[in-house]
Design a binder for this molecule. Sequence first.
Ligand code: MGD
Ligand code: MGD
Ligand code: SF4
Ligand code: MO
Length: 714
Amino acid sequence: MGPPAGGPTATHCPYCALQCAQTLTPRASGPLPVEVTARDFPTNRGGMCQKGWSAAEVLAAPDRLTTPLVRRDGVLGPATWEEALDLVHARLAAVQAEHGHDAVAVFGGGGLTNEKAYTLGKFARVVLRTPYIDYNGRFCMSSAAAAANRTLGVDRGLAFPLADLGGAGAVLLVGSNPAETMPPLVQHLAGARSRGGLLVVDPRRSATAGLTADGAGLHLAPVPGTDLVVLLALLHVLVDEGLTDTAYLAERASGWDEVRASVSRWWPERAEQVCGVPAPALRRTARLLAAAAPAHGGPGAYVLTGRGMEQSTQGTDTVSAAIALAVALGLPGRPGSGYGPLTGQGNGQGGREHGLKSDQLPGYRLVADPDARRHVAAVWGVDPADLPGPGVPAVELLRRLGTEGGPRALLVHGANLAVSAPHVGAVRAALGRLDLLVVSDVVPSETARLADVVLPVAQWAEEEGTMTTLEGRVVRRRRAVPPPGDARDELWVLRELARRFGHDLGDDPRAVFDELARASTGGKADYSGMSYDRLDAGEALYWPCPADRPEGTPRLFADGFATPDGRARLVAVDHRGPSDDVTPERPVHLVTGRVLHHYQSGAQTRRVAELVDAAPEPLAELSPLLAADLGVADGDRVRITSRRGALEVRARVTDTVRPDTVFLPFHWADAHSANLLTTDATDPVSGMPEFKVCAVSLARAALPAVPVPHEVPA
Ligand SMILES: Nc1nc2c(c(=O)[nH]1)N[C@H]1C(S)=C(S)[C@@H](COP(=O)(O)OP(=O)(O)OC[C@H]3O[C@@H](n4cnc5c(=O)[nH]c(N)nc54)[C@H](O)[C@@H]3O)O[C@H]1N2
Ligand SMILES: Nc1nc2c(c(=O)[nH]1)N[C@H]1C(S)=C(S)[C@@H](COP(=O)(O)OP(=O)(O)OC[C@H]3O[C@@H](n4cnc5c(=O)[nH]c(N)nc54)[C@H](O)[C@@H]3O)O[C@H]1N2
Ligand code: SF4
Ligand SMILES: [Mo]
């Protein structure tokens, strides 16, 4: 591993897909191994959020995993790597000998580097020979990915560099709150705000919706789960008022006639009845977008989506409608205009490009495609017939754990399922049914604490690799310090496990990158023209970057879409409503999401003192009207009950939420986990769970308020 170089190291943030550029300077003394400063880069322009600034604290977390742990007599205790890996190998081999290859499953994470994601996918398919692999990116980007694939022929997050947003006259953000989830991104919205064109669709007046004040734009606050109606109404207005880009539609899209017919019944007054957004606001929004669009001589417009609309059982259809809106306005592929989802995890994009998704092989190829299997099998030196077929999406995989014929052992790399999976009570029960749970992590996450074997791995500032950002741009992650104690690089862990199964996997990140570039050759996400040398020389490389077009592709769709005929395949869709909609017994919509100071399951950020001080506990946001109805005052404890579970948290009474809605962040665990309440119903196309909306009842908690326990790491 070698000692740290000692000088400053240029890398990127451990957390979200914005991948803010950072400089890490090793510290000679003090509790933290490195000092983190922001570095200029086109996405963050020298900015970072508090999570990025405080990231070094996770390196030195007091309960950082520094040795393998093995459960003996019910208790996790230290073990050597030799003992831990021998045990994992022996038990996996025994499970497979008795129950077949499919008896072992793998769950990955969108925070893993491309090298680790690729190797984990290869490990599952070549070493374990199991079809059961999926990742937490299924919870994140799967609806946006499914809609982009079916409509545009490719899924790359944004199809353009983020900095392009600056010149836009209008930016429509549907269910996205970047002011809290990617704060430095807000700089790129300044142009649209100055032109009065920031258009935010969110049932809450989120921090981002607040940016529309003072003439900077409009905030539409729909009933949760009704975004599709909002979008169909916007399309209706474009058609009705002759605002579509007819030349672009004729040349670049198919299916428009069906879409046009399908939106005819969503005139704004009717849409208002369902989505609650006033008809005049729908009309103004459509007109502002059209005025900014190139067909009307505007400076450009963007349609951007977030988890607020995607994490729904109709997420794929809702994103398809957002794409139809962008296409009807003539935006995708036009300079200064476009469509895209704001992706989520640091490498959620790269994770699926390189094989963490149940139906995908490296290069964004399909497991079921015979040519793809042949190509990848050749790179891996195996018989295509030996590659398992497609597996199942995350929620289904978790459901099958420990059931008759389902997987009996699970390896988790970079996901905290015991907090972040939907209907988490059922997921915890499923994990409890396993014969063997092995978790690789950097800290004792809630999932790691349930494991039979815990493997301590290196993180972020301690490793080399690459990440693929929300722009489809590949950036280098670089090592500044060695991992503490006995924590090891995850590539080494996979290599050592594979060796015990008689397989040879490389663990040098540069060599793994070269191999994944080869495996991606000719695929949609082609990295074959990229190398560490080019990335280290500071080149901005966006995929596809094939060897014969090594300049890469910052902007997609200039000459057509990635469909066989180059046209966008528009899909007519209609509103169905949430799977668990409000009833007289459960009359309030529960909406879940994020706050600025915490990341995801909180496994990392609940270990950072300044972030815990800023946001020590989950607060249920409810309106003064609802609070009065319940007899709840600000700071009182409320009990929230859904069909699946109940929890008690304190209330924040605020006029930023609709009176029919309560908002709860999901960054806390155990009795405070929002996912005790959420449903695991999924979108039929993407497998995306409906995290965003379910029906709940609320009551003032019967017991007197007790101090909320701080999350003290065990
Ligand atoms: N601080 C912080 N930043 C993060 C993360 C984090 O955990 N914390 N995670 C990263 C990841 S992985 C992701 S995926 C991104 C997510 O980034 P976002 O998509 O911005 O985050 P969310 O808070 O999940 O959801 C956005 C908004 O959707 C709204 N919403 C809820 N229901 C609905 C609905 O029915 N319709 C509409 N239109 N809106 C709705 C919520 O009120 C919320 O303001 O953030 C990334 N950045
Ligand atoms: N109710 C509700 N639930 C949600 C969402 C929501 O909006 N509402 N959003 C969903 C979304 S968009 C997402 S992306 C998921 C995220 O779901 P999670 O899987 O919970 O995400 P993280 O908390 O980032 O978990 C990553 C784990 O990996 C560990 N880790 C970090 N780096 C490494 C590494 O290099 N290697 C290994 N092995 N481990 C590492 C961290 O310590 C942590 O324990 O949550 C989903 N759950
Ligand atoms: S916005 Fe995202 S990438 Fe940037 S510092 Fe914050 S968490 Fe890190
Ligand atoms: Mo995400």
